[in-house]
Design a protein around this ligand. Structure first.
Ligand code: FAD
Length: 453
């Protein structure tokens, strides 16, 4: 039996969200794990991340957290968001539920989640986390890391047996694989950047907007979104073109920023007292999709999380996908014990199509969020899909639910979603109102479509 084989000391590069979770999973299979993290310990006295930045956690992420017994602790500090609330330019609100009653995605603090996971990793016998350790280079043939201690400036060479690259979208481990033969790599930047801003808490830490929702200000070519924080504030993100007539390039002074926001986000501006300061203090960050393959080098190196598949944030799935990587790897470790060749091979072959599908879905969803959610026809289509799903639950799950509230492989979700969209294109010309769904001719059309599925 595989368990009889000796445990190994494994190396995880990156103590971010995926690296910490991965380390917890690996020790459950009896291994020792060394985690190297470039940043200082974010649990230190001075918060490394002063601004509160939050992420949407959904079913795939929850399942991975449950696997190492930390879901309950995270749930205590997570805020359920049951749907989208769209804010139009006049300040009118439209609600769109994400799924069935009771279903939600959850707003969690990135730093809070990372701190919690570092606590758990360090409490776990067998895991050693070292901070201020920047990987400068990997020699995959000699199995050596060139590490820099960023606190002392000292460089050293560290050997490894098996290396897991969880060092994010600009992974140094992937950088080493890029110099190996027949390694495919692409990166693609959107013409949009993002900037983080804040909606302040109301009196007594109350929420100035509806708390249990993800707020969107869709404006066609750009948008702002807001996710709730525990302290009553909201973390806002403006997704905005870098160049062009309405862009970061044209907002150069505090007055320009205030006037522009007052014009296009009039209901949000009174809630953003620090708007101009934040706009010029906070960085404008880019949005990249990274694809590569293979994700392995022989039996010694494996990439996971953003290191192998960085995606744009519009489906709220980047972290969830990285966490699901850990679930998939865990299942392979259960099946194949210490047969790393088999484990790595099955992992990359099974997971790559899903990562590619999720990357495409994420880009698609940008257009949905910034533009289509402001279109009444689109919202009607979503309502009709909800009705079809209610009537034919075995045959129809809306795409958003397949991605967010299921564990279906992403590639299957994408394919199903495309097929469903074609059906909706055939049905919608017959439907002008929600009530039309009950009309006998529409019911017949739906029944015919369902009979073919
Ligand atoms: P990271 O979180 O990037 O962690 C990598 C770690 O490796 C870091 O701690 C870093 O310091 C360390 N590191 C990097 N280089 C080195 C090196 N050379 N040596 C040593 N250590 C190194 N996902 C969701 O699921 N839901 C969301 O709502 C969501 N919203 C997002 C919003 C925005 C604006 C962005 C940009 C992303 C969002 N994501 C979201 C995606 C999510 O942030 C990432 O998918 C997730 O952080 C990936 O985790 P990771 O551990 O692979 O990489």
């Amino acid at each position: 039996a595989p368990v009889a084989e000796p445990a190994e000391t494994l190396t995880v590069m990156g103590g971010g969200l995926v690296g910490c979770l991965l380390a917890l999973y690996l020790t459950r299979h009896g291994h020792q794990v060394d985690v190297f993290e470039r940043r200082p310990d974010i649990r230190g006295a001075t918060p490394v991340e002063a601004r509160s930045i939050n992420l949407a956690l959904s079913d795939r992420g929850w399942r991975a957290l449950e696997g190492v017994g930390i879901a309950e602790a995270v749930r205590e500090v997570a805020i359920p968001m049951h749907g989208r609330v769209m804010h139009d330019p006049a300040g009118n609100l439209t609600h769109q539920p994400y799924g069935q009653a009771g279903q939600a995605i959850y707003s969690v603090s990135r730093a809070g989640l990372n701190r919690r996971m570092l606590d758990l990793a360090e409490q776990q016998p067998g895991i050693r986390v070292q901070f201020n350790q920047q990987c400068r280079r990997v020699d995959v043939r000699r199995q050596e890391l060139e590490m820099l201690d960023v606190a002392t400036g000292q460089a050293r060479t560290v050997p490894y047996q098996r290396l897991f690259g969880a060092d994010g979208a600009y992974s140094a481990v992937r950088g080493a694989l890029q110099r190996t033969d027949r390694f495919n790599y692409s990166q693609h930047y959107l013409d949009y950047g993002y900037k983080e801003l804040t909606i302040a808490a109301g009196p007594d830490n109350t929420w100035a907007l509806e708390k249990n929702a993800l707020h969107i200000w869709p404006r066609g070519q750009y948008m702002m979104i807001a996710l709730p924080n525990l302290d009553g504030s909201f973390n806002c993100t403006l997704f905005f073109p870098y160049e062009g007539p309405v862009s970061f390039a044209t907002l150069q002074t505090p007055a320009q920023v205030r006037d522009f926001f007052a014009d296009v986000f009039p209901d949000a501006v009174p809630l953003m007292p620090e708007l101009e300061t934040e706009f010029f203090d906070n960085p404008t960050s880019s949005l990249v999709t990274v694809r590569c393959f293979p994700w392995t080098y022989q039996h010694d190196v494996l990439l996971l999380g953003d290191a192998s598949h960085a995606i744009v944030p519009f489906y709220g799935q980047g972290m969830n996908a990285g966490f699901e990587d850990c679930t998939v790897l865990d299942q392979l470790l259960q099946q194949h014990g210490r047969d790393w060749g088999q484990i790595f091979h099955e992992f990359e072959v099974s997971r790559k199509p899903d990562a590619d599908a999720m990357a495409d879905l994420a880009v698609y969803n940008f257009q949905e969020m910034r533009d289509r959610v402001a279109d009444p026809r689109f919202l009607l289509q979503k309502k009709i899909e909800g009705k079809i799903s209610g009537q034919y639950p075995d045959k129809w799950l809306p795409l958003y639910s397949q991605v967010t509230f299921s564990h279906l492989p992403y590639a299957e979700a994408l394919a199903n979603g495309q097929a469903q969209e074609q059906i909706m294109q055939r049905l919608m010309p017959h439907i002008q109102t929600e009530q039309d769904y009950q009309r006998p001719e529409v019911q017949d059309l739906v029944a015919q479509e369902m009979a073919r599925r």
